[in-house]
Design a protein around this ligand. Structure first.
Ligand SMILES: NC(=O)c1ccc[n+]([C@@H]2O[C@H](COP(=O)([O-])OP(=O)(O)OC[C@H]3O[C@@H](n4cnc5c(N)ncnc54)[C@H](OP(=O)(O)O)[C@@H]3O)[C@@H](O)[C@H]2O)c1
Length: 264
């Protein structure tokens, strides 16, 4: 019998894990996307799209699909989904493996200003810059309303899909792009748009890191939003490979139990 698992995705790491799971016949994964991105990267696994309907909806789905374990490979800022997964798994007594990329850490030459949320980021950006300056905003299109109170600055917004509805910024430019990003292109953005400060979530990972290198080289202040805190998961991993190893081990334990050669 296959070991059914749910992968909560929407990240590059989740895609890597999905590719690795294709070669695991003992595992029967379903990949789940929130369904917000217009052109999502197509995962190679059977995929469902859209919310579950909160904790109760998720519990129902997990029971109906006879899921044996959940992998939370969502973005570190997808706090609601991660919270719901943690509570649903606790209540159903299901193992939950969370794939958590390490947060970025500042080096000695970085000029970072950590803040706790988007609204504090908007206040800090105004404090650190002058009227007429350009702020480079990379916090995602759903975060834009938090910056609508900023006046007298030019907002350079980079996101995967265009914001809908459009934000009511006084003055702004959209760069529609999806990572991974490279250092040369990030340097060009800073010089061409004369960026005065960068605003980012502390997402971690390699794909979005070059903007921080480019900001450091240019001596720019970086307003960096701390990660939300989450309820604990039963297991935590820093790489897709480590998640795969955990799942393979679970399969071996169950198979040994089913053939009578081991204990759970
Ligand atoms: N937040 C970011 O900065 C960011 C960046 C890159 C990628 N993403 C990806 O974009 C998706 C949405 O992020 P978010 O920050 O809007 O999430 P969120 O605020 O934590 O989640 C809001 C609701 O969206 C649904 N949802 C979220 N992720 C889902 C998934 N993988 N599968 C099914 N339903 C999901 C759930 O609805 P129900 O309550 O109805 O189940 C959840 O309660 C996530 O998959 C995340 O990995 C987020």
């Amino acid at each position: 019998m296959a070991f059914r698992i749910l992968i909560l995705g929407g990240t590059r790491d989740a895609m890597t894990l999905a590719e690795q799971l294709l070669e695991q016949p003992a595992l029967e994964p379903t990949y789940s996307l929130a369904g917000r991105t217009r052109r999502p990267l197509p995962p190679a696994l059977p995929t469902r799209r859209g919310g579950f309907g909160g904790i109760e909806g998720l519990k129902q789905w997990l029971m109906e699909h006879d899921i044996a374990a959940v992998v939370d490979a969502t973005h570190p800022f997808a706090a609601e989904m991660s919270h719901n997964a943690a509570i649903a798994c606790q209540e159903l007594d299901l193992p939950l493996g969370r794939l958590e990329r390490a947060p970025w850490e500042p080096g000695p030459d970085d000029n970072w200003h950590p803040v706790t949320d988007l609204h504090e980021a908007a206040r800090k950006a105004t404090e650190l810059t002058r009227p007429g300056d350009t702020l480079w905003l990379t916090t995602g299109r759903t975060s834009l309303p938090a910056f609508e109170g900023i006046t007298g600055r030019h907002l350079l917004v980079r996101c995967v899909d265009p914001p809908d509805p459009e934000p009511s910024f006084e003055n702004w430019t959209l760069i529609e792009d999806r990572g991974p990003y490279d250092l040369e292109a990030e340097r060009r953005i800073i010089t061409q748009h004369n960026v005065a400060a960068l605003i980012t979530k502390n997402s971690g990972g390699e794909a979005a890191h070059p903007k921080l290198d480019a900001a450091r080289e240019a001596g720019l202040p970086v307003i960096i939003i701390d990660r939300p805190s989450l309820p604990p998961a039963t297991h935590s991993f820093q790489s897709p490979e480590a998640v795969l190893e955990w799942l393979q081990q679970a399969v071996r334990v169950i198979e040994a139990y089913q053939t009578g050669s081991g204990e759970l």
